[in-house]
Design a binder for this molecule. Structure first.
Ligand code: PMP
Length: 382
């Protein structure tokens, strides 16, 4: 049976070059980066080289990059430490954030009595900047804003530069969950006045269980995980050396080939949205995911023109046909906020229609998309 992987927003296939570098690291460099002998020093040098490489591409300083176990930990670390250490009184976010942000925000509200506020969303699920401005100007409490750059479910892209500037001008700290953005979009932290952002290697063809936080110099954040003094005092514990090597290689390769890969994946998405509209009349796009100008090129979140009952069988059917994709609200997991991107932006009647997310990568082909669309069409007509 044909196997077609179209769930790249969930995670991506690891590059061969990454696997080779990780194997070498595991086999040959087994010193602890904190040890002072030559094995340890070698490991330390490699970790610091990775930090430098990442910092250079983002136009950051090496000391501003802290390795973490991934996007979730980096989001937790930044939000928690900012509230705990910087006297944040108001945390402004949106209901379409990833749960790594939303669940953390709920916990911080309970633990630190921080006031939680949500920016209004427009009919496409994009935060309304004039409302953000109103929230920023409402009082003189110390504020932290957390808004994601590229939405992982519906693919909307935030005007991050404007948001960063707005926060900056109003004296608020700005964190962005950039997990779906790093490795896919160019970044320069000197032109975007952002305080904190996060990355996960497995979203750009690197290994799982490794990511990083960008924490701007002199942020005032104190340690998050206590123990031995790795990761510049922020996060103790032996660094996962082989994963850091894999992260570095995946990061370098992504940015080395950024234009070419963007062009290719963009082309695939364009093909997908044209073909699916042609073959399945009545298909619609959630959020801005059908708008190539304003949404990410890596995913399309579609609403199918049949009822929910039939939709219940859909993902199962696609899986049986070897097609991996995700339900439209990919990271729904019962937050108290009831946050679930699609319920935030769609009317009830539209919600009754099944939604699914297809996400594309450099390893996909037009033939795979044809196959997935044909299977969907056959299902829609059955
Ligand atoms: N934020 C976003 C936007 C994501 O898409 C993900 C992964 N689903 C995460 C955070 C969590 O990252 P990780 O899987 O590395 O913990």
């Amino acid at each position: 049976m044909q196997k077609v992987y179209l769930d790249n927003a969930a995670t991506t296939q690891v590059r061969e070059e990454v696997i080779a570098k990780m194997q070498e690291a595991l086999a040959e460099h087994y010193g602890n980066p904190s040890s002072t002998h030559s094995f340890g020093r070698t490991a330390k040098t490699v970790v610091e080289k990775a930090r430098k490489t990442i910092a250079k591409t983002l136009n950051a300083q090496p000391s501003e990059i802290i390795f973490t176990s991934g996007g979730t930990e980096a989001d937790n670390m930044i939000l928690r430490c900012a509230v705990r250490d910087l006297g944040v009184e108001t945390l402004i976010t949106s209901k379409v954030e990833h749960h790594a942000v939303l669940h953390t925000a709920e916990e911080l509200e309970k633990e630190f009595n921080v006031t939680l506020q949500f920016v209004d969303l427009d009919e496409n699920g994009t935060p309304v900047l004039s409302h953000l401005e109103t929230l920023l100007k409402q009082d003189d409490s110390k504020k932290l804003v957390s808004l994601m750059h590229v939405n992982n479910e519906i693919g909307n892209i935030l005007d991050i530069e404007s948001v960063a500037k707005l926060c900056h001008e109003n004296g608020a700290l700005f964190h962005s969950d950039t997990v779906q953005s790093i490795g896919h979009y160019p970044w320069d932290v000197q032109t975007v006045p952002i305080d904190f952002m996060v990355a996960a290697a497995h979203k750009f063809h690197g290994p799982k269980g490794i990511g990083f936080a960008f924490i701007r110099k002199n942020s005032g954040l104190k340690p998050f995980i206590f123990g031995g003094s790795q990761e510049r005092g922020f996060r103790a514990g032996t660094e996962p050396f082989h994963n850091i090597v894999g992260l570095e290689e995946a990061f370098v390769k992504s940015y080395e080939n950024l234009q070419e890969e963007t062009r290719f994946v963009r082309g695939l998405k364009q093909y997908f949205i044209e073909k699916i509209a042609e073959k399945i009349p009545g298909v619609e796009f959630n959020g801005l995911s059908g708008d190539m100008g304003k949404s990410t090129y890596t995913l399309a979140n579609i609403r199918l023109p049949f009822d929910k009952q039939k939709g219940l069988m859909l993902l199962f059917h696609l899986d049986m046909k070897g097609i991996a994709c995700s339900k439209g609200s990919a990271c729904q997991s019962g937050s108290n906020l009831g946050s679930h991107v699609l319920t935030q932006i769609l009317a009830t009647e539209e919600l009754e229609k099944p939604s699914i997310r297809f996400s594309f990568s450099k390893y996909n082909t037009k033939e795979e998309l044809d196959y997935a669309i044909d299977v969907l069409k056959e299902f829609a007509e059955s």
